[in-house]
Design a protein around this ligand. Structure first.
Ligand SMILES: Nc1ncnc2c1ncn2[C@@H]1O[C@H](COP(=O)(O)OP(=O)(O)OP(=O)(O)O)[C@@H](O)[C@H]1O
Length: 207
């Protein structure tokens, strides 16, 4: 009931970026994607989350098991913190936002409109959304951007609790989340061989 990625190849803007990527995640496991800027971490996460098609290979996981947190927090700016979480709980058919408010240190901010939060507070709310999805596989793109040291530690604890409960996490991050149990996958070894100039891929990138 986990996540299995087999021989995955993915592209962005028509350019193949990664190929032959394989890994699996079982209950309680986390994997951190590493690699330099632009190597394709976001692209891989988007492909795993089903936001874009793979060039080749397979992503296998139970239906509706992935919760994806992108660079953008995806907040409803005019709704309060509590209303945002309640909205997402309703979307995902779950109940109760208390644990998310508590664990992401948002209780005191519950009545504040999302548009009036600081960047780090917005990020905490964006991450709290994961907790109300009830979904076991968290796919996280640079989750700690804008977080201060205390909030990074807080989020590390939230991920650890998620893993302890049988959840899984696939993350692109340059920051140490304090999860020594997480595996590391360096994507530099999976870089796709670029197509020869004039093969049409450049034009395709602008179509
Ligand atoms: N919408 C887009 N259209 C075309 N090319 C894109 C698009 N978004 C990203 N790219 C390019 O795709 C490549 C991979 O980008 P991606 O965001 O997956 O890398 P990354 O490893 O996540 O980088 P970073 O560590 O900087 O976040 C980069 O060269 C980038 O410029």
């Amino acid at each position: 009931m986990g996540l299995t990625v087999t021989n995955l190849a993915c592209a962005r803007g028509g350019f193949p970026l990664l190929e032959r990527v394989s890994f699996s995640l079982n209950a309680g496991q986390a994997l951190v994607l590493r690699g330099p800027n632009g190597c394709g971490k976001t692209t891989l996460l988007r492909t795993v989350a089903g936001l874009q098609p793979a060039l080749a290979g397979q992503v296998d996981c139970p239906p509706d098991s992935i919760a994806y947190a992108a660079h953008a927090d995806g907040l409803k700016t005019t709704l309060s913190v509590a209303e945002n979480l309640s909205f997402w709980a309703a979307v995902y058919g779950t109940q109760g936002i208390d644990a998310a408010l508590e664990q992401m240190n948002l209780r005191a901010l519950a009545p504040r409109a999302a548009q009036n939060l600081s960047a780090g507070q917005k990020r905490r709310l964006g991450l709290a959304r994961l907790m109300v999805t009830g979904r076991p596989i968290w796919v996280l793109d640079e989750p700690t951007v804008s977080l201060d040291t205390a909030s990074v530690a807080l989020f590390g604890e939230v991920v650890r609790a998620h893993l302890s409960g049988g959840g899984m996490a696939l993350m692109a991050t340059h920051i140490d989340l304090g999860l020594p149990e997480a595996g590391i996958l360096d994507l530099t070894t999976f870089r796709a061989v670029l197509p020869p100039p004039g093969s049409g891929h450049f034009d395709e990138a602008f179509l």
